[in-house]
Design a protein around this ligand. Structure first.
Ligand SMILES: [Zn+2]
Length: 199
């Protein structure tokens, strides 16, 4: 059993909470941080401390914003007749990178997963319903992972969109089964967007 000092063990435990970081990597990071100059450590910790205050989700679309106005909701630059439904604010950046979409976004905040106990109540549906009933939308594009959870959520959203008589399309072409939007390269995602199909 490794006898690291207690403070170091605590740091390692925190680092291990990050996705993809196992014990060995966390230990390596912790030792690396020990060597960092004091002022860098200070800046880093202030950054972490204030991150959630400085970056907040937009009240309308759920995308991240670091000021008062949301760049993704700007009517001057975005086509408000198109609405793209994504599971997390992070997916928006991947889609923006493809430059294949200039409409609005709506972050639903997760995917349905009965196995992990994530049901309809976990999705930001009230906001979505309010939006669908107040704004004329020509097409809603469901841009969710090509996984069982993504499929289940897409089906649910499709029914919701039908209630509001909004035609739905879903990214299909080029997205391999079982793939998460996080891991798809931009070229494939762009093709998936352009080849979206009526759903
Ligand atoms: Zn917004």
């Amino acid at each position: 059993m490794t006898q690291y000092p207690k403070e170091l063990l605590t740091l390692i435990a925190y680092l291990k909470k990050l996705p993809g970081v196992g014990r060995k990597t966390a230990e390596r990071f912790a030792f690396y941080l020990l060597e960092w100059p004091q002022d860098e450590i200070k800046k880093f910790s202030t950054q972490l401390e204030t991150l959630q205050e400085k970056i907040t989700p937009c009240e309308t679309c759920g995308c991240l914003k670091d000021g008062v106005s949301c760049a993704f909701c700007d009517p001057k630059t975005r086509d408000s007749s198109l609405l793209c439904l994504v599971s997390s604010a992070r997916d928006v950046y991947a889609i923006e990178e493809t430059k294949a979409f200039k409409g609005l976004y709506h972050v639903i905040g997760g995917l349905l997963s009965p196995l992990e106990g994530r049901s309809i109540e976990h999705l930001a549906l009230n906001k979505l319903e309010r939006r669908l009933s107040h704004h004329p939308i020509k097409e809603a594009i469901i841009a969710l992972d090509s996984t069982l959870e993504g499929d289940a959520t897409a089906l649910f959203l499709k029914q919701k969109l039908e209630e509001f008589k909004i035609p739905a399309t879903r990214l299909a072409f080029g997205l391999p089964m079982g793939s998460s939007l996080d891991f798809v390269d931009y070229g494939t995602l762009e093709k998936a967007f352009q080849g979206r199909q009526v759903f």
